[in-house]
Design a protein around this ligand. Structure first.
Ligand code: ACO
Length: 333
């Protein structure tokens, strides 16, 4: 596409009502509020009711994004759902959302790129629109991690929460919207963060269930080191590709995994705290939902103004990472 940009024309999110505080967790596993706050910055997280699915919350976020953009479901050409907690192996969660919102002409599929999924999805949407294949693409990051967390494992259950965020990508003014993206992966680190059973390697069986292999397994220390390393590298690449320098960044939304990871990134990228959005204290790590939820909150709080350079940086299972630089094309709320 030569003369127009591709930007976010509608955005929405959903966070469930039910709160689990650190205090609640300290009654379930051997931990404390002090330990969790000091090591992660997380104070509470939200989780869905037992009968609520990822597609349910993805649908709410999608409807809010449609409403925000003044867009009808029939106008959507493609739905991409980034998730590691799809309703089931198939059909895709994207197809369920398509039915729920009545996006009758949309193609739909899921992507699995861990916590980087939403940033991957943005880039896919950008590519489809830039190539002239589609006009309006709905990208959703949605997770119900509470369903795959081992609530007896203190090293992981303290970290995660549920949520959904959605954006509609569309043509926008030239010079606005997505300016550059950096995506990467390193399958050699795949074993650091896994959900071992339920796929072709270890199909569900009494044995896999009794060994708790359908829950998240993580080498926290190694993931931490990877995250600190890759955020700096990927952010620099994306900003440079956009023809900008880090001082040009007005607003930074990192994946909300751990406050210490974010603080390290701020230091390395020399970004002051007023430019950085943090909500992991309230929601924990919502994986693919974390960046769109944070972006939606920041937008609704009028923290992002039209023309601002916004940097999104994610990292996650795979291992994967991704950064997007946007020039914000929406007017304030
Ligand atoms: N409460 C109290 N003690 C704990 C807890 C807990 N909840 N969890 C672990 N500990 C203990 C450990 O057992 C260990 O004890 P030991 O020294 O007697 O063996 C001690 O605390 C230190 O453990 P570490 O794992 O070294 O603690 P660390 O400071 O690394 O913090 C944490 C652990 C919070 C998991 C950190 O490593 C981290 O955040 N890593 C990144 C994780 C992440 O971001 N994952 C997601 C990214 S991708 C995605 O979003 C899917």
């Amino acid at each position: 596409m030569n003369n127009i940009g591709v930007g976010i024309s509608g955005i929405g999110s959903f966070i469930p009502e039910k709160v689990i505080t650190n205090e609640d967790l300290s009654k379930m596993v051997d931990t404390s509020n002090e330990w969790i706050v000091e090591r992660t910055g997380i104070r509470e997280r939200r989780i869905v009711q037992k009968d609520t699915t990822t597609s349910d919350i993805a649908t709410i976020a999608a409807k809010r994004a449609l409403e925000d953009g003044g867009i009808l479901p029939e106008e959507i050409d493609l739905i991409i759902v980034a998730t590691v907690t799809s309703d089931m192996a198939f059909p895709s969660t994207a197809c369920i959302v398509q039915k729920n919102i009545g996006a009758v002409k949309a193609a739909a599929f899921d992507i699995s790129a861990g916590c980087s999924g939403f940033v991957y999805g943005l880039n896919l949407a950008y590519s489809f629109i830039s190539a002239g294949i589609y006009r309006k693409v709905l990208v959703i990051g949605a997770e119900t991690l509470s369903k795959i967390v081992n609530w007896q494992d203190r090293s992981t259950c303290i970290l995660f929460g549920d949520g959904a965020g959605a954006c509609i990508l569309d043509a926008c003014e030239d010079g606005y919207g997505i300016l550059a993206t950096d995506l990467g992966s390193d399958g050699n680190g795949g074993h650091l963060l896994t959900l071992p059973a339920g796929g072709s390697k270890l199909p569900a069986s009494l044995e896999t269930v009794s060994q708790n292999l359908h829950t998240i397994k993580m080498d926290g220390r190694e993931v931490f080191k990877f995250a600190v390393r890759v955020i700096e590298k990927s952010a620099n690449i994306a900003v440079e590709k956009a023809g900008l320098i880090l001082e040009d960044v007005d607003f930074f939304i990192p994946h909300q995994a751990n406050l210490r990871i974010i603080q390290s990134a701020m230091k390395k990228l020399n970004l002051q705290s007023h430019k950085v959005y943090v909500n992991l204290d309230k929601y924990g790590n919502t994986s693919a939902a974390s960046i769109p939820v944070a972006l939606d909150e920041a937008y609704r709080r009028n923290l992002i103004k039209k023309g601002d350079v916004v940097l999104l940086v994610a990292f996650g299972a795979g291992l994967t990472w991704g950064s997007t630089v946007l020039r914000w094309n929406k007017q304030e709320v």
